[in-house]
Design a binder for this molecule. Structure first.
Ligand SMILES: CC(C)(COP(=O)(O)OP(=O)(O)OC[C@H]1O[C@@H](n2cnc3c(N)ncnc32)[C@H](O[C@H]2O[C@H](COP(=O)(O)OP(=O)(O)OP(=O)(O)O)[C@@H](O)[C@H]2O)[C@@H]1O)[C@@H](O)C(=O)NCCC(=O)NCCS
Ligand SMILES: Nc1ncnc2[nH]cnc12
Length: 263
């Protein structure tokens, strides 16, 4: 029988993934208004994908409960993470919806369950330590992320975790603004401004990433209502023109919501 505490933690992670895709508008990304720069995904597919991850998230919480941060735990959650990736691809018919999210959420769930804490600093530090342990069972693949990281000397989702999730922490540190929507929109823009998202670079190049980040920074710090700021429409147009999607930022956005709403 699944213990309620593990199920509840996993359900919160799945709910955060669904919240992320529902949050609208998000330039370049799939939301409930549009499919952004994607032709093979919509918000319903993301819901299906999120639901397919519940069992693996429960198992990560279970297997991590009060465990020391050491190689056996790292290898165990790596094994479950790879099953989660398979479940996701099966649920989506081969579309990569949540690969980055499985990685980040998996580490965060494991950190929460192993330390039995809601303290964000402790969670990020523990997830960082876990991610730095070498999992000998990883088979290097020529993924889009791997190709891009090598070509441009970027560190991707792995680097974000191994550095203690600095961009996620930056987004969370952003003080509430006018209202809940404005606060979360600016947190998303903080991620757009700072994350070296390999999805963007794979579909374009480093110059496009930097222009995207600079435009996002301008909007994030502008006190005007974001949806009335003409620069926001410009950002939307920019993602369309370059056919780019900040999928890595979306994963971290979901993870930041998950941490902020831990019960
Ligand atoms: C360590 C792994 C994450 C290995 O990952 P990989 O080597 O494949 O490459 P990364 O670049 O590290 O990216 C993986 C995904 O992470 C997201 N991401 C990208 N950049 C960043 C960043 N700077 N910080 C954080 N996260 C980042 C991103 O995922 C999202 O985008 C995907 C959808 O994008 P889309 O545009 O559709 O791209 P594609 O389908 O690839 O291509 P096209 O559409 O252009 O054709 C979606 O998945 C989002 O989630 C990257 O895709 C890890 O996978 C690993 O080692 N796993 C093993 C299991 C394990 O150990 N798990 C432990 C914890 S459970
Ligand atoms: N809403 C979204 N759109 C595109 N890629 C994503 N990866 C995770 N969430 C996403």
């Amino acid at each position: 029988m699944i213990e309620t505490k593990f199920l509840q933690l996993a359900q919160q992670a799945v709910a955060a993934l669904k919240w992320e895709v529902s949050f609208s508008p998000k330039p370049g990304l799939v939301d409930t208004y549009s499919n952004g720069s994607h032709t093979d995904m919509d918000w319903k597919l993301f819901y299906k994908s999120a639901d397919s991850l519940l069992d693996s998230f429960v198992e990560i919480a279970e297997k991590s409960y009060r465990q020391p941060i050491a190689l056996p735990l790292r290898e165990e959650i790596g094994r479950i993470g790879r099953i989660a990736e398979k479940d996701m691809f099966q649920a989506t018919n081969g579309v990569n919806t949540h690969k980055g999210a499985i990685w980040s959420m998996g580490l965060l769930i494991s950190a929460i369950s192993s330390q039995q804490t809601k303290n964000i600093e402790t969670i990020l530090l523990t997830a960082k330590d876990l991610s730095r342990l070498p999992d000998k069972n990883v088979i290097p693949k020529k993924t889009h992320g791997a190709v891009t990281k090598q070509k441009y000397a970027l560190t991707g989702a792995k680097g974000e975790a191994q550095n203690g999730f600095p961009n996620l922490a930056k987004a969370l540190a952003f003080k509430p603004q006018l209202d809940d929507f404005d606060t979360w929109m600016r947190r998303l823009l903080v991620l757009y401004s700072n994350v070296d998202d390999t999805n963007i670079v794979y579909r374009s190049n480093l110059n496009v990433l930097r222009d995207f980040q600079n435009l996002s920074t301008q909007i994030a710090v502008d006190p005007r209502n974001i949806l009335n700021n003409p620069q926001f429409e410009k950002l939307n147009d920019f993602t369309r023109e370059h056919n780019i999607s900040p999928g890595g930022c979306a994963d971290l956005f979901a993870a930041s919501y998950f941490l902020k709403h831990l019960k």
